[in-house]
Design a protein. Sequence first.
Length: 221
Amino acid sequence: MVEPAPKIGLFSRLRTYFLTGIVITAPIAITIYLTYVFVDFVDANVTPLIPARYNPETYLPFSVPGLGLFVAVLVLILIGFLTANFLGRSLLHFGERIVARMPVVRSIYKALKQIIETVLAQSSSSFREVVLFEYPRKGIWAIAFVTSEVKGEVADLDEETMISVFLPTTPNPTSGFLLFVPKRDLKFLDMSVEEGVKLVISAGMIWPSDERKDDNNEGQS
């Protein structure tokens, strides 16, 4: 005789629905809130810098949301356009030489520049594949990204094919270690570079979906 399934109480159902609602709405609500805070912060600091004659808020009875952000984006585009030509690059190099003579400011500037360039770099063009290999000892596996096949004098040190991989730190993948690993010691994963980066940043809390496996199973059936 099959025992009837235990009934779920009203409180348990409400608790499940409540938690499900949080899971669905929390990411959206947090994203909207952070976007609002960011836009408001930029508006509060950039809008007052706009000359009154060019500021639409001078002629309107209300403030224009996002005006400061719009102006900031235009200024950044203009700066990027100017530094793309010879004169702009010359002025940029001249300014960097001046900063390089300031001991404390020089260190801060170089560190911030390196961080921003790393964050804005396209990981898809820098990293090729996601791999696993045993590190720092056998039995413990670490996730890394393939950058290239080893060449030159490093490759000549061993007859075996060596692969250069970047082993990122968690949760900040902009720092890590460059390692040269024998290809036979690497396990190549099916996940994309973007999925691998998400896995590193989330400290293993966000895993790639299994939709591809489900699709493969359906195709084979």
